[in-house]
Structures are given as C-alpha cells and as structure tokens.
Design a protein around this ligand. Structure first.
Ligand code: DC
Length: 229
C-alpha cells in the first residue's frame, strides 16, 4: 500500500463504548497510527489538577497550556501506546476516577479545545491514522474518509469499564461508574464548543451486543474498501 491510499478514520461516540480498544485493533490491522484524543484531554486535566489552575481565569488557562507537552510513545513490552505529559508517563494516572470526574469540565474550555485540536490536526497531516474522541468526524477532521459513531447501553458500558478498572487493580462501584458515564455523556453532548454529536455521514455502530473483534472487523472492512477506491 502506498501512502496516497491511506485514509483518516475518525471514531466518535459516548464514553465507554469501546472506542479506544476498537481503534487500537483497527490501527494494528491496517498498520496505521492510533491517537487517543481523550488521553490528551485527560493529561491536561491532570496538569490542571496538580497545578491548581483556576479554570475561570482565561490567562491562567493559557499560561498553563503553554507549559504542557503531550506525546504518545509505543511501549514494546506491553505493545501499548502510552501517554507522556511533560516527559512523565501518566498513562495509568489519567485513567483514575478523580480524572474521569473532572475531564468533561476541562475539555469544555474553549482554550483547551483550541490547543488540542490544533495538535490533533497536525498529527493527521500524513493520513494513515485512527483517531478516537468526541468531535473528530465533526470538527477535527470533517473531511475524514471514514467516520464511525459508536453507541451502547449505559449499563453495558459500565460493566465493561468496571472490568477494565478491575484488571488494573482498581475496585470501583458499578453505580458510580454508570453515573460518571451518564454525566459525561450529558456534559460532552451539551457543551457549547464542539459537542459530541453524530456526523451526518458517519456509520453508526451499536456495540451493546458486539465483541471488540466484531466491531473492529466492521470498521476494517469499511476502511479496506475505501483504501482501494
Ligand atoms: O475518551 P475518554 O473517555 O478518555 O475521554 C475523556 C473525556 O475527554 C471525555 O469525557 C470528553 C473529552 N473528550 C473531548 O471532549 N473531545 C475528544 N475529542 C475526546 C475526549
């Protein structure tokens, strides 16, 4: 495959639908780069939390953003893309509940979105990427060749998220997880700046009854068809 055939795959949807896991599988199968934009907003949230950035103060936000450098690194041992914030590995820390509880508010700030979206567009300049988030198909790459919108019942999403956290040794109450997912769905889809919404030309995938393997295969098949056009 030559580079000119590579496309941009935008995967948006509600929290906990399996977007990241699916996106990683798709990227691996197509030999594309995977970019987790949620991790970027989580890393900003961690920085703001640690540095007690006053989110009502535009100047403070802008100054803080200038001190934030986020990048991803492939870790061969775990075969995972890990998030690095100012040279510190924060991959596990940004998945903690205290970040999940604060990230929707931070990601709704216009200055934060502007800075992250600019970086995301830069990352997609050579195509060959799978990017997952909330506004990828609608705002970051409105011309993406393939757009996916994922949804699933909240209780099913909560059970999956609880298992993920348990695998990392974190015991969190199921209702607490379900409440956090519902609250983030609400905040993410009602904010003023680039809210979560389905792009008109997106393929909708309901993952309630699907395995990661099934949802990944659907996307890979769509991508392969488009790559060969
Ligand atoms: O995908 P995630 O659950 O890790 O994302 C964390 C939060 O970041 C999510 O609740 C909303 C925000 N987000 C966003 O506003 N825009 C994106 N493109 C990705 C995530």
């Amino acid at each position: 495959m030559n580079d000119s055939q590579k496309i941009i795959i935008a995967i948006d949807g509600f929290s906990g639908c399996g977007k990241s896991t699916t996106a990683k599988e798709v990227a691996k199968a197509l030999n594309y780069i995977y970019i987790d934009t949620g991790a970027m907003y989580r890393a900003v949230t961690l920085y703001f939390y640690r540095h007690k950035v006053d989110t009502r103060n535009t100047t403070a936000i802008q100054m803080a953003l200038q001190n934030i450098e986020i990048r991803f690194e492939y870790e061969a041992a775990t075969q995972k893309n890990i998030t690095i914030l100012n040279e510190e590995v924060v991959e596990d820390e940004i998945r903690q509940m205290y970040i999940s509880e604060r990230v929707s508010a931070v990601s709704a700030l216009p200055e934060v979105r502007e800075a992250m979206v600019a970086q995301q567009r830069q990352m997609g300049i050579n195509k060959g990427i799978v990017m997952d988030g909330r506004d990828i198909g609608t705002n970051v790459f409105p011309n993406a060749e393939l757009k996916i919108f994922m949804q699933a019942q909240v209780q099913v999403r909560a059970v999956r998220r609880q298992k993920e956290l348990q695998a990392k040794g974190q015991e969190v109450d199921l209702q607490e997880i379900a409440d956090n997912l519902s609250q983030r769905d609400h905040l993410d889809s009602t904010r003023t700046e680039n809210p979560l919404r389905q792009a008109e030309d997106a393929h909708v995938i309901d993952t309630t009854q699907l395995t990661i393997e099934q949802q990944s295969q659907k996307i890979i098949q769509l991508a392969v068809t488009l790559q060969n056009v």
